[in-house]
Ligand binder design. Structure first.
Ligand SMILES: Nc1ncnc2c1ncn2[C@@H]1O[C@H](COP(=O)(O)OP(=O)(O)OP(=O)(O)O)[C@@H](O)[C@H]1O
Ligand code: SF4
Ligand SMILES: [Mg+2]
Length: 346
């Protein structure tokens, strides 16, 4: 790990911090092109990520987290969607409506991806070796022998035992945890500056989840990568990330450092997520599930999209558009009554 192709030493210079964010998503709007018109799925998302920083993106199912990842990877068109507005600044370049010729230099090379399903991410009819060699040689032409050596090294970096044997195997022969490690190894093949991991531990048992999260934390520190970690689970984000962006119905609801945002939220939805956590629930006390259901895309309510479920909501919340993020205390919040929430609830 210390002297291989992924060592920090080899990356000196690439990681010079110029004080600018590595990634800045500003007022992003994304929609699906349907026969009856555009169906908005993200409106509006904002996210700022520094070099080597880890940000967690949390929100209930359907809030647009995976579509946000696809926006950062330039794969929206494969899913019938496109950027309708806003910016995706990666270093000095706006990738929001960049052509494929630009994306193909960024995707998988400067931005690595661990998809939501490791089963979908690996091709079942091609062995691990071929897939790893393809990932390694995608931007760095080299002999197959050298690429195979690097593949073994990458599998060792993600702590896969018997790496040479595993290279000969197919995804269906591997456990869920091993598949996820292979996906992470493949995502690291081009030494990305940013790793996007979309729920990398969903569907794994608790012990394996812990191992994969520890692996991701270690790799991002050792390789000096920035990380976007998508999860339903605030506990996971608290363990791994520096900052947090809360998404609901396609919009950013709150953002800030993990420690402040989780424990002194300035948005009722973040507080509701916190209060429904299983890991911090008091024994014998019923969990406070969030009342109601999130809206489906295409039928967001007017005004604040959270008002049908919000304990603080009133007529003012129902009017106009979804509130935009503004600074309150140490974070950004999209609640018009954020000041009423005080300085913490623990
Ligand atoms: N091709 C499509 N056409 C219409 N709606 C779609 C399409 N693909 C996804 N959606 C919807 O877009 C919304 C956002 O999806 P997305 O996958 O980003 O949610 P998510 O926050 O990642 O959810 P999960 O936590 O379940 O992974 C969902 O309501 C989903 O049903
Ligand atoms: S704007 Fe109103 S409805 Fe929305 S989160 Fe704040 S208090 Fe609740
Ligand atoms: Mg998803």
């Amino acid at each position: 790990m210390q002297s291989g192709p992924l060592s920090l030493e080899n990356r000196a210079g690439e990681l010079q911090d110029n004080g600018q964010p590595l990634l800045q998503i500003r007022d992003l709007k994304v929609g699906f092109a349907k026969s009856h018109g555009i169906l908005p799925v993200i409106n509006t998302a904002n996210l700022t990520l520094g070099r080597r920083e880890a940000i967690g993106v949390v929100g209930e199912s359907g809030s647009g987290k995976t579509m946000l990842c696809r926006s950062v990877l330039g794969t929206l068109d494969r899913h019938g969607a496109r950027v309708l507005g806003g910016q995706i600044m990666f270093e000095a370049h706006d990738l929001a409506n960049a052509p494929e010729s630009v994306w193909s230099k960024v995707r998988g090379k400067q931005i690595g991806y661990v998809p939501q399903s490791s089963l979908a991410g690996l091709n079942p009819v091609i062995n691990v070796k071929t897939q790893m060699v393809e990932a390694i040689t995608a931007a760095r032409p080299m002999s197959v022998q050298d690429a195979e050596k690097e593949a073994v090294e990458l599998l060792e970096v993600v702590r896969i035992p018997r790496a040479k044997d595993v290279l000969r195997e197919y995804s269906y022969q591997l456990s869920g945890g091993m598949r996820q490690r292979v996906m992470i190894a493949a995502a690291l093949a081009q030494k990305p500056k940013l790793l996007v991991a979309d729920e990398p531990t969903t569907a794994l048992d608790v012990t394996v989840q812990k191992e994969i999260l520890t692996l991701i934390s270690r790799l991002r520190r050792e390789l000096g990568m920035a990380l976007i970690l998508v999860s339903h689970d605030l506990a996971v984000i608290e363990e791994v990330c520096d900052s947090l962006m809360v998404m609901y119905a396609g919009a950013s609801f709150e953002a800030g450092s993990v420690s402040v945002t989780v424990h002194a939220p300035r948005h009722p939805y973040t507080k509701a997520l916190h209060d429904s956590r299983v890991d911090t629930a008091e024994r014998g006390k019923p969990l406070e599930a969030i009342a109601g259901e999130p809206p489906t895309i295409g039928s967001w309510p007017s005004g604040c999209r959270f008002w049908p479920r919000c304990p603080l909501g009133d007529d003012k919340c129902r009017a106009g558009d979804q509130p935009t993020l503004r600074h309150v205390a140490q974070q950004l919040t999209a609640c018009i009554y954020a000041e009423r929430m005080g300085d913490g609830h623990d």
